[in-house]
Design a protein around this ligand. Structure first.
Ligand code: HEC
Length: 490
């Protein structure tokens, strides 16, 4: 009623104008002019046909039915999803709507979501073949789709997605396009230099093979991965990951059945540098796997820390927890006492875990203390609580277990490292890791090796490359862990 009155009051208002609450005239935004431009910038990367969002926001016809839901999701900050707090780290692709853009969307919806003049439409953004980084040089996928049953435990399935490479290649980006994102928890890419995955695949029926934990062999590194909300990105200039001649790419997909059967054939697009690249991207995990989350505790703190044994330039950071995680913050204290906040996720959301990539790589000198602080809610009131009633929860691979882990992806200066320098790097890294206040200086290498077995992190593969199975079996497992390892796919 009031709006109708105001329109009458302003008399000769031209079509397309609407009085705002303050009484000043304001143009009603239209889809074709203002709104689609906001969608292009902030929404279409996910909301395009075939990608992870449940509907497309590419055209007016597609967007109109969701106008109300869009207003709500935007106002309460659910969309676009972006979990890192502002003021801690300056990241690429920060999906944060400005107050002005929010208002434009609200005004548009309140005015009945008008289309406007299609001649105002901008050039459409295209997603050729669904790829965000454009057509890749090589597309990989398993030869057959994998059937994910409607119910049951989580499945870790590994697929040999490539033939052996015929020459050394330097990968600048690996874009993963999950086929059935609704049942895909994460995807990881491993490099298999010795062809171990062939026998593993042959022993297991159906496409690929089961590979709980790691990929079932000692990989020679990885090409990154995918989790919901994780956008692909080219490595900064001069950085790439080498896939040596003769090596294969193995893709691990962690499926989480969702009630309906799904046939999945996830694709990987590789982009290469046309010249050899020296500076290798490495990953540094900061983690605590000795915690025990007590049932009923709404706010249990778990910490981990690490002192850098050499200078690094941090490219990105990937915080990781499961369903009980509440918040995670990672900070650095430089040797000169200066503090630097690396990332802060004040409201952890299991569904939106991304890698946060710094616009400007963060230089951290040797001796920097990196500290991770996480909080968990293991109470019955936690809506994400998977256990009824709550129980003690420890580190583990199942979605219903927990993790307390973050990765820093980094490069060391701009110089290249020889094999013996890399070995030295590995040696330096191991003895300084402290976990949850427990000093595991001597044991940590062994602990990390146990990562290849049963209940430790898949993502530790970076550490594993220096150890053979024969070496692993020589370890004093019983003394260290109280039991012998039960390798699940070795
Ligand atoms: C990073 C990917 C991504 C971006 C960017 C994104 N969305 Fe979404 N959106 C999703 C996914 C996935 C879902 C379904 C799962 C969910 O509801 O969390 C969704 C659901 C929605 C829903 C319905 C559910 C709800 O929460 O109300 C609306 C409305 C929506 N998005 C609007 C938008 C708008 C508007 C933008 C841009 C301003 C946007 N989204 C940006 C991925 C994205």
């Amino acid at each position: 009623m009031r709006k109708a009155f105001l329109v009458a009051f302003f008399g000769g208002l031209a079509l397309g104008f609407w009085p705002s609450v303050g009484g000043a005239n304001k143009k009603v935004p239209t889809f074709s002019k203002e709104v689609v431009r906001i969608f292009q910038q902030n929404c279409q990367a996910c909301h395009h046909p075939g990608y992870i969002a449940p509907f497309s926001l590419m055209t007016y016809e597609e967007a109109k039915p969701y106008a109300r839901a869009i207003k709500e999701a935007v106002l309460d900050g659910r969309m676009p999803p972006w979990k890192a707090a502002q003021g801690c780290g300056d990241f690429y692709d920060a999906r944060i709507l400005s107050a002005a853009d929010k208002q434009t969307i609200v005004d548009w919806v309140d005015a009945g979501a008008p289309e406007g003049d299609p001649r105002d439409l901008p050039e459409p953004i295209e997603f050729p073949g669904g790829w965000m980084l454009g057509e890749p040089q090589v597309e990989l996928k398993s030869p057959e789709a994998f059937r994910v049953p409607p119910t049951g435990n989580d499945i870790y399935r590994c697929f040999r997605v490539s033939e052996p490479f015929t020459e050394d290649r330097y990968v600048t980006a690996a874009e993963i396009l999950p086929d059935k994102a609704a049942v895909t928890h994460h995807v990881l890419l491993f490099i298999d230099s010795r062809g171990d995955s062939v026998a593993l695949d042959e022993r297991d029926e159906g496409p690929g093979y089961n590979c709980f934990g790691g990929p079932g062999f000692v990989p020679n590194g990885g090409l990154g991965g995918w989790a919901p909300g994780n956008f692909p990105r080219f490595a900064p200039e001069g950085i790439a990951t080498k896939v040596p001649k003769g090596a294969r790419v193995v893709m691990q997909v962690h499926y989480h059945p969702n009630g309906t059967e799904q046939l999945d054939q996830t694709r990987v697009g590789l982009h290469f540098s046309d010249k050899p690249v020296n500076s290798n991207l490495s990953y540094l995990p900061i983690f605590n796997f000795t915690f025990q989350l007590q049932p009923g505790n709404k706010n249990q703190k778990v910490t981990a820390s690490l002192i850098l044994p050499f200078d690094i330039k941090v490219i990105g950071v990937t915080p990781h927890m499961h369903l009980l995680g509440k918040q995670m913050k990672i900070e650095a204290r430089l040797p000169n006492g200066k503090r630097q906040c690396l990332v802060n996720v004040p409201k952890w959301d299991f569904r939106w875990q991304g890698t946060y990539v710094y616009k400007e790589p963060v230089k951290l000198p040797m001796g920097t203390l990196i500290k991770l602080t996480a909080f968990y809610d293991n109470s019955a009131e936690n809506p994400n609580q998977p256990n009824h009633p709550p129980k003690v929860v420890r580190w583990g691979e199942q979605t219903t277990d927990e993790m307390c882990l973050a990765f820093l992806s980094y490069v060391r200066d701009d110089r290249s490292l020889t094999a013996s320098q890399q070995e030295e790097e590995r040696r330096l890294l191991s003895p300084v890791i402290k976990m949850g206040g427990v000093n595991l200086v001597d044991q940590v290498r062994l602990k990390l090796q146990s990562a290849l077995y049963s209940t430790s992190p898949v993502e530790m593969y970076n550490f594993s490359s220096g150890f053979s199975r024969a070496e692993l079996l020589k370890m004093p497992w019983k003394e260290l862990f109280g039991e012998s390892p039960k390798p699940s796919c070795h």
